[in-house]
Design a protein around this ligand. Structure first.
Ligand code: HDD
Length: 697
């Protein structure tokens, strides 16, 4: 489907066609494999303009990668509000007119790694949305976590220098487990709340399609009459919020470093368009001081129990870019790209961002005309008095590029108000002495960190402790480890104790910490709130003799519900079944259990018991708490794997134990009951109740 943005982009596309090869000047080329030389073994001649142009362009192909968020993937789509309910708060038409479908481009990213780093590292994920609205571009440049590491943007260079690879040897790549980051954390307790999020499962998203997004800052909605309302933006994925486990992410980083990119790309190509609901938390200006934290402090969230999230509209991503560099690399987001009806607050992190994003694009994209790049162009008409500069694409006609003028009849005109769709800054009275000082209301660094910790389920807490143990365990300086543990002790003593014993530093004495009984259930990813299995990837291990009919029953039940089912055999090609040859989707050695959400072993596969790769596949999936199913003699393969004391079927009845669904029913007797039980386990995502400590995988 095309929209206004797509129509605009069409004019910039240059597709593969049957035209002959030319130079940049359009001159046809007779030869491009050998340079022009003086004699066949002689020196290359300067006269060879084609070779020089070809090599020169190549030499200049790279641009600086983003200083943060260098690694990313993007897609186009649309956004539409459900109704006009926000109209009393904002005059932004794209949020209030359900008849308006706004084209969007979204770029997801990791933060610390370079452009070529792996997708599944422990990191925050960027979630940046460019709305091409009829009133100009609006950029919501958020993350998949609702808070940030620091309170004031002046500390951003310090923080990024600490988290990026260390300067002397550029190690480690895309990893926070090193001394400089934790040195910074030990000395900056304002980072603590975010560090708990970073150590949580949120830092290991299963898919970009299964992450929440947050605008992070408190922004302001502005009504046509100039009234302001504080607002926090939330994106909620239709498929639920799901994560990988740490061991799995590290293995994926080797098996498929493009895991999250590929997942987004493949889902869109397959027509399984990712969707998010936009929600807002609205806070009247009269409640600015109603909370025990400051709304301007980006290290704090507004608990949903205090201010519920109101659903506003739906975003669907339905088109992959045509060219990664032209679109995903050159897209330029900027927090100050706002439209009438949306405005800023005095959050000192946001204020710094409003400077930084424009500044960074000037060096990254090489000059002041990057808004003319196809992906960045608004669909709203653009008329400025800005002229010239590198890479100017527009031929401005006329003589008067200044305001006020008579020569162009006074055009372009200036004026109007919010009600006319003209941006006018929110009028806030500001009065104060110039000071370098953090507000007293920004001082508490432990309260919301504790709220997060106490709101987690047991398994999420286990993962957080394991993450701290891993990260601090990689820190060489023991004093830094102890410093961090000291801060954790002020969040919750049990957290500090569990981390300290793992990283070999003394357990500090219990000290005053925030209340343990404050909880915010919305912060936990568990229990799983979506019962969909759509787009879940299921591996079916097959070999010659597999029960094709049984497999077909289970596979079609899964496909009907939108799951992706792939058959994996020891070799590519086909396998023999009683009903004839069955095509194999992948050779097992090219894949791994970590690239799937669940595994099925059908009947007739007992040969796989002697295939270490297949047995490991099952054991590893079990270790990562993934649903498993086996039927008939396929159960033998499960028996060959070290699955602890999990109960397997002793007869034809379907047995389900900790996410393992089995039946000994043989060929032709596989019914819906197996599929139904397995789908229920798959919808749960993982069987966290499993004790997998003893499973060697
Ligand atoms: Fe930032 C990129 C998100 C604080 C300076 N940031 C960038 C991107 C995202 C965020 C998603 C990638 C955009 C893309 O895909 O092109 N940044 C955030 C969030 C923050 C935040 C949610 C806190 C709430 N950022 C932040 C601060 C500063 C920056 C405080 C500087 C003072 N961020 C940048 C940047 C980047 C950037 C240097 C690098 C590339 C770019 O902008 O276009 O300007």
């Amino acid at each position: 489907m095309t929209d206004r943005k797509d129509e605009q982009l069409a004019g910039h596309r240059s597709g593969p066609d049957l035209s002959p090869l030319t130079t940049q000047q359009g001159v046809r080329v007779d030869h491009t494999d050998d340079s022009l030389s003086a004699g066949v073994r002689g020196p290359t001649l300067l006269e060879d303009f084609h070779a020089r142009e070809k090599i020169t362009h190549f030499d200049h192909e790279r641009i600086p990668e983003r200083v943060v968020h260098a690694r990313g993937a993007g897609a186009y789509g649309t956004f539409a509000p459900y109704d006009d309910a926000l109209a009393e708060f904002t005059c932004a038409r794209f949020l209030t007119d359900p008849a308006v479908e706004t084209p969007v481009f979204v770029r997801f990213s990791t933060v610390a790694g370079s452009r070529g780093s792996a997708d599944t590292v422990r990191d925050v994920r960027g979630f940046a949305t460019k709305f091409y609205t009829g009133q100009g571009n609006y950029d919501l440049v958020g993350n998949n976590m609702p808070v940030f590491f620091i309170q004031d943007g002046i500390k951003f260079p310090d923080f990024v220098h600490a988290v990026k690879p260390e300067p002397h040897n550029e190690i480690p790549q895309a990893a926070s487990a090193h001394d400089t980051l934790w040195d910074f954390v030990a000395l900056q307790p304002e980072t603590l709340h975010m560090m708990l999020w970073l150590m949580s499962d949120r830092a290991l998203p299963r898919s970009y399609r299964m992450m929440q997004g947050f605008g992070v800052h408190t922004f302001r909605l502005v009504a046509g009459d100039g009234r302001g309302t504080f607002v926090k933006f939330h994106w909620t994925p239709r498929l639920g919020t799901h994560s990988l486990v740490w061991d799995e992410t590290q293995k994926i980083a080797g098996k498929d470093p493009d895991f999250n990119r590929r997942d987004l790309w493949d889902a869109i190509e397959a027509g399984q368009y990712p969707e998010w609901e936009l929600g807002v938390q609205l806070i009247p200006e009269s409640d600015e001081f109603a909370f025990d934290f400051d709304l301007l402090d980006a290290t704090k969230l507004v608990p949903e129990e205090l201010v519920p999230v109101r659903p506003v509209g739906r975003m669907v991503l339905d088109r992959n870019p045509d060219n990664f560099f032209a679109e995903t690399e050159q897209v330029a987001f900027h927090t100050a790209n706002v439209v009438p009806g949306i405005d800023f607050t005095n959050d000192p992190l946001l204020q710094a961002r409003n400077f930084s994003y424009l500044d960074t694009q000037l060096i990254r994209l090489g000059g002041p005309n990057f808004a003319q790049l196809p992906v960045n162009r608004p669909v709203a008409p653009v008329t400025t008095n800005q002229r010239d500069g590198y890479h100017q694409q527009t031929i401005h006609t006329g003589r008067a590029a200044y305001h006020r003028n008579t020569l162009s009849g006074g055009c372009p005109v200036v004026g109007g108000d919010l009600a006319d769709g003209v941006f006018a800054h929110y009028q806030e009275k500001v009065d104060g002495a110039a000071v370098r000082e953090r507000a007293e209301s920004f001082r508490d660094h432990y309260g919301q960190a504790a709220l997060f910790w106490h709101s987690m389920s047991d398994v999420e807490r286990e993962h957080i402790v394991a993450a701290f143990r891993f990260e601090l365990g990689k820190v060489a300086e023991r004093d830094i480890r102890a410093g961090v543990v000291g801060h954790l002790n002020r969040v919750a003593h049990d957290l500090a104790e569990r981390v300290a014993t793992g990283v070999g530093v003394p357990v500090p004495a219990a000290t005053a910490a925030p209340p343990r009984d404050r909880r915010s259930p919305a912060l936990s990813q568990l229990p799983v709130r979506s019962d969909s299995v759509a787009t879940r990837r299921v591996a079916v291990l097959v070999t010659d003799g597999v029960d094709g009919a049984g497999l077909a029953t289970v596979a079609s039940a899964l496909r009907e519900r939108g799951a992706v089912v792939e058959t994996l055999a020891p070799a590519d090609g086909t396998v023999r079944t009683a009903e004839g040859d069955l095509p194999v989707d992948r050779a097992m050695n090219t894949m791994s259990s970590v690239l799937y959400d669940a595994v099925i072993v059908p009947s007739g596969t007992t040969d796989l018991v002697r295939d270490g790769y297949a047995v490991h596949f099952v054991a590893e999936a079990y270790k990562h708490a993934k649903p498993l199913a086996a039927f008939g003699s396929g159960v033998e393969v499960l028996r060959a794997a070290p699955l602890g004391n999990v109960r397997l079927a002793g007869g034809p009845d379907v047995t389900t134990d900790r996410g393992v669904v089995t039946t000994l029913a043989e060929a032709g007797r596989i019914g819906d009951d197996l599929a139904t039980a397995f789908v229920a386990e798959l919808a749960r995502h993982r069987a966290w109740e499993r004790d997998t400590d003893a499973v060697p995988a």
